[in-house]
Design a protein around this ligand. Structure first.
Ligand code: NG1
Length: 449
């Protein structure tokens, strides 16, 4: 990662006419447990990383936003900051910046649109399930707030900004939840962050003593706004169908007028069910393992085309039907695991935490079907190396695992994983790192004038 002075010099080489240069540091995150729950309004337990994006920026004279990246894989780009900013081609990195600007322009009712120059650098791998995409959205948002003269934590709270940017990121095409933006903006060093949604509620839980967290990269890249877009969006789409089926059941059993926006609302709001009650209601709502579009439509009393339009979007229908029961089982059991993991963290019970992480990996693989052999093997290798818990982290389909390793076994863990990576002709020193839990995103002030 470039040092602050180098960043300033590098910035000047891209944008020689700039005067007051600012910077911000925005961490990535690893999710300890609670996968594909955030968009259901159910809790998650991520940890911010020490690895981060650094964004150096300055206000520009006109309305042009100019982007440069220290990583030459990402070509420089420029666009006009206007009321309706047109998207770049799908998966282009400038869309993450556009997402932030559009979100802030709308929320803050900006009417004259300033330009800015940004240089992005950092040591956060992209497509590794470590939230580099949301880190980029947050970095561009912090830069833009500074240019607008809006103070973070004073004029706009970190929680409000996280909620706003979670919605704004949908511009890139993925229908994710709000986990990443919330932890990136609100993390505390040395802590995991238990996040509840709608409205956002945060609880910092200290990471356990006597154990460390290791992130192990599978080397398989996941471009969520590119090749993996439809695979990722199938998760939220099937959860929308599940929500409609549970709503239907609740209307029949309790109240005709009942509306359910997300599965998470079962346990608070109007119904306030206990976990057991919610689980039983879910089981009654989805009695069959697999569902065709026709069967879903028949149950909801609507037309198949309406089911596709309202819930499924571009998600293709498998010949054997959608595995709705398995998806629901993951969501409900993972919800319970997050609550138990939070309790285990607070009690310093690393044995239980490890078991919950292992069960989460199983559930992600078997019921949510977001694992791949490379991630299963990596988690298996970590167990053999002495980890108490090992699981895929983030969206899945590739990316990284998170591993809970007792301090007394660190040496053995390193040796074993180095051998494992060597078998795949990969370098453990580049693929594996330890985190003690990083702090949230922040500015690092003026670089030069
Ligand atoms: P990553 O791992 O950064 O691709 C995605 C979503 C999260 C969450 C996880 C799965 C975005 C920006 N991020 O994270 O909201 O749903 O998958 O738990 O869409």
């Amino acid at each position: 990662m470039l040092h602050t002075a180098d960043l300033g010099r590098r910035f000047k080489s891209f944008f020689p006419d700039s005067t007051e240069i600012w910077g911000c540091r925005v961490p990535g995150r690893v999710n300890l447990i609670g996968e594909h729950l955030d968009y259901n309004g159910l809790p998650v337990l991520p940890v911010a990383l020490e690895r981060a994006l650094c964004c150096v920026f300055a206000k520009a004279a006109g309305g042009t936003v100019s982007l440069a990246n220290a990583n030459s894989m990402y070509r420089a780009d420029a666009f006009e900051n206007v009321a309706e900013i047109a998207p770049s081609p799908q998966a282009h990195w400038s869309n993450y910046c556009k997402a932030a600007l559009i979100g802030l322009n709308r929320a803050l009712r900006v009417s004259t649109f300033p330009g800015m120059q940004l240089l992005v650098s950092g040591n956060l791998p992209s497509g590794a399930g470590l939230s580099s995409s949301s880190a980029l959205v947050v970095a561009c948002a912090l830069a833009y707030l500074q240019v607008l003269g809006v103070r973070l934590g004073k004029d706009v709270s970190r929680v409000a900004l996280a909620e706003l940017l979670a919605g704004a990121e949908h511009y890139v095409g993925t229908r994710g939840g709000g986990m990443d933006q919330a932890v990136i903006l609100n993390a505390r060093a040395g802590h995991a962050l238990k996040i509840d949604f709608f409205p956002l509620r945060l609880e910092h839980a200290p990471l356990p003593r006597g154990c460390s967290l290791y992130v192990c990269d599978s080397g398989m890249r996941v471009e969520k706004s590119g090749d993996s877009l439809h695979r990722y969006n199938a998760g939220p789409a099937l959860c929308r169908v599940l929500t409609a089926l549970v709503e239907k059941q609740t209307q029949e059993e309790i109240d005709e007028g009942f509306r359910l926006a997300r599965l998470g609302e079962l346990c608070h709001g109007l119904l306030c069910l206990t976990y057991r009650e919610a689980e039983e209601l879910c089981l009654r709502s989805v009695p069959d393992a697999r569902w065709s579009v026709k069967a879903i439509a028949a149950r909801l009393g609507t037309a198949p085309d309406e089911v596709r339009r309202r819930y499924l979007g571009e998600t293709p229908e498998p010949a054997e039907g959608f595995p709705l029961q398995a998806r629901l089982r993951h969501v409900m059991t993972e919800f319970k695991r997050v609550e138990l993991a939070r309790d285990a963290l607070l009690a310093g019970d690393t044995g239980t935490l490890g078991e919950l992480m292992n069960a989460s990996h199983e559930s992600c693989a078997r019921d949510y079907e977001i694992s791949v052999p490379a991630l299963d093997d990596l988690a298996g290798a970590a167990h053999d190396a002495g980890a108490l818990g090992a699981r895929l982290t983030g969206a899945g389909f590739g990316g990284a695992t998170v591993n809970l390793v007792p301090d007394a076994r660190e040496g053995q863990f390193h040796e074993h994983m180095a051998r494992y990576y060597a078998e795949w002709r990969m370098n453990a020193a580049q693929c594996m790192f330890k985190t003690l839990g990083g702090g949230g995103a922040d500015y690092f002030g003026v670089l030069s004038t």
